[in-house]
Design a protein around this ligand. Structure first.
Ligand code: PLP
Length: 401
């Protein structure tokens, strides 16, 4: 059997972009390191014990016994769009059903928008450290990637965006994670939100606002998303993955109504339709339960886990390491001294103390210096005790660097 990338390429003529795909050393390492005693801060997994399973069972039973067959091909489930309009209103966004397209999670939302907007070889603009799932979406287009630096607390450097645009850059879009940035944990300040949206309108460049963490805030109410400031140039991407459960694979995008027919055609080519069953299950759940009290429970739990992680970092990490308390999302971004290589550190941590995290270079894009001295730590999945234990173990390895 042919296994290696080289052998596959000898046998099959892969598309040009796919020839550059490499096996991820990181994935290999995480598989090797998945021992029973492993404490993983690697993936952005929600707390499994908080999935509202009883509510899902009731909702599923009701939906499955409904006469209007929930197992059939069907158009998008209209009542769910109305429920999303109400959810968006809670975030300060005014939109209507006709501006909403239901998707298979935020990942598909960004995929469809990228397919609609990006020509092969076109420009895209993003942070120099960004969610790898987005990098994977643009990869097939072999784009010219324009990056801007960031501030660890307030996110994307909007001045740098302005500089690029005023110097003639014309990206197909700006990709922005406005709240609880993955991996930085940063949330854009109000001033940055307003300025970014002004720039988008001034230069007629849409913003893809990826906001799966917008409901998960720990200090005050979140600032309104970028979409609240402009309905023409901000294309909003939302998801039930982090507030209900990722396995439902239900998300949505909010775009100008004129784009819905094109996006529906792109979606049809991709997967015909979002699962009728899970759309209806989410809708039934939202109808029968107060999702905001569920979100409040998530916020309390994750805030306590975040604080446990920050406390453990203070206690066990070297004084040369730097991090900020994220006001939203599920990640803490830690910067070690320049000379530390966190890929090597991960290998040692897996072998000696069975702790996993994602090294910074997995998130680096473009020509920027890779974040080889950084690490992303997730705090939503493990409870406070496991977090304290895992950070203490990881701290031992960091102190030896
Ligand atoms: C920034 C960001 N966008 C999108 C996604 C994908 O979300 P979904 O499960 O809704 O597809 C994630 C998942 O972790 C994410 O962190």
């Amino acid at each position: 059997m042919l296994n290696s990338t080289a052998s596959v390429m000898e046998e099959y003529s892969l598309a040009r972009w796919a020839r550059q795909l490499k096996r991820s050393a990181l994935q290999d390492m995480l598989v090797v390191g998945s021992k029973p005693d492993l404490i993983s801060f690697a993936m952005g997994l929600p707390a499994p014990e908080l999935f509202p399973i009883a509510g899902f069972i009731e909702a599923a039973a009701r939906v499955l016994t409904d006469e209007s067959s929930p197992l059939q091909y069907a158009p998008p489930f209209a009542p769910l769009r109305t429920q999303i309009v109400k959810l968006m209103a809670r975030r300060g966004v005014t939109c209507c059903e006709k501006q909403i397209l239901l998707t298979v999670g935020a990942q598909q939302g960004m995929n469809l928008l990228v397919r609609l907007l990006l020509d092969p070889g076109g420009q895209v603009l993003m942070d120099e450290v960004i969610y790898p799932g987005f990098q994977q979406v643009v990869e097939p287009y072999l784009p010219e990637i324009l990056t801007v630096p960031h501030d660890h607390e307030s996110g994307m450097d909007v001045e740098a965006v302005e500089e690029l645009l005023s110097n003639g850059a014309r990206p197909a879009f700006i990709y922005a994670i406005s709240n609880g940035h993955n991996p930085l944990g940063a949330s854009l300040t109000e001033a940055k939100r307003q300025r970014l949206v002004q720039l988008a309108a001034q230069y007629s460049v849409p913003i893809l606002e990826d906001d799966p963490y917008g409901f998960l805030t720990y200090e005050n109410e979140a600032l309104p998303p970028l979409r609240a400031f402009d309905e023409r140039w901000v294309f909003y991407i939302g998801s039930f993955s982090k507030i209900l459960a990722p396995a439902l694979r239900v998300g949505w995008i909010v775009v100008p109504e004129t784009l819905i027919p094109q996006l529906s055609a792109v979606k049809e080519a991709s997967d015909i339709d979002t699962s009728t069953l899970t759309q209806r299950l989410v809708s039934a759940f939202l109808h029968d339960h107060d999702v905001h009290s569920h979100i409040a429970l998530l916020r309390r739990t994750y805030k306590s886990r975040r604080d446990a992680m920050l406390e453990a970092l203070d206690k066990h990490f070297p004084s040369t390491a730097r991090w900020h308390a994220p006001a939203s999302g599920v990640f803490v971004w830690v910067e070690m001294p320049e000379e530390v290589n966190t890929l090597d550190l991960l290998q040692t941590a897996l072998e000696t103390v069975q702790v996993a995290f994602i090294p910074g270079q997995a998130f680096s894009v473009g020509r920027a210096k890779p974040a080889t001295n950084c690490m992303r730590l997730n705090f939503s999945h493990c409870n406070e005790e496991r977090i304290a234990e895992g950070i203490a173990r990881l701290g031992q390895v960091c102190l030896k660097q």
